[in-house]
Design a protein around this ligand. Structure first.
Ligand code: NI
Ligand code: MN
Length: 227
């Protein structure tokens, strides 16, 4: 499993030869100007919730990947369906086996209106696994006790992708606790630096994680890791 950070909360996963783009917000993020949306491969697009900073580039990516399948909650999949995109709806607690692995839609504490004001359902996160690896993508969320259910209901995590920018989501202090709740030692931080309220003190965040015995990965935009 290969994971490329596309800035903000956007990722591209490569699993079993399939490309999965998560929460694409690239054209609106000056920090991500090095990412070329026109050549981004997406067999699937996973959307945690309806906010603009998670779905801005979905339609653009679907144009260059006409067979892409959007996986999100029912309301977002329906809204994008009216724009001609193919989707597979999930709701909280539900999972579905795709050709690259299993995706489960899990709880997030946040909000989820779509850019035109349409109700965007409840926000969520994803747990994604195959026979080898399992990752948790929390989406925009506060620290919540529901995270404690993940180790009981999913395979052991190899990585947790957690928002750490504070203000609109949990900050890094709560993200360390979230890592404990989901029983994962390795965290990829996201949702920081994009806007003034979420600028991150990276050395403080790293030190905080280190003091708690956890690893915090902060990737350059465009940088990849393999699990
Ligand atoms: Ni949001
Ligand atoms: Mn957001």
């Amino acid at each position: 499993m290969k994971i490329t950070y596309l800035g903000h909360a956007a990722l591209q996963l490569e699993i079993a030869g399939k490309y999965i783009v998560v929460d694409p917000f690239i054209s609106g993020n000056p920090l991500a100007s090095g990412i070329d949306i026109a050549t981004l491969k997406a067999d699937y697009i996973l959307l945690t919730h309806g906010h603009q900073d998670h779905i801005l580039d979905v339609e653009q990516i679907a144009k260059t990947n006409p067979n892409t399948l959007v996986v999100s909650n029912y309301e977002i999949v329906s809204w994008l369906g009216e724009k001609g995109l193919n989707g597979h709806p999930l709701n909280h607690g539900g999972k579905k086996v795709f050709d690259f692995g299993t995706v489960k839609y899990v709880t997030a504490i946040h909000s989820s209106v779509l850019p035109d004001g349409t109700y965007g359902g409840n926000p969520g996160g994803f747990v994604i696994w195959n026979a080898d690896k399992c990752i948790y993508i929390a989406g925009d969320t506060a620290l919540t006790l529901d995270m404690k259910l993940i180790p009981d209901t999913c395979p052991a995590l190899d990585l947790a992708v957690l928002p750490i920018g504070d203000n609109f989501t949990m900050g890094y202090e709560d993200a360390v606790i979230a890592a404990d709740f989901v029983q994962c030692e390795k965290v990829l931080g996201c949702h920081y630096d994009t806007f003034p309220p979420i600028v991150l003190d990276k050395s403080a965040a790293r030190q905080h994680f280190e003091a708690k015995g956890k690893e915090l990965l902060l990737l350059e935009i465009g940088e990849s890791i393999s699990l």
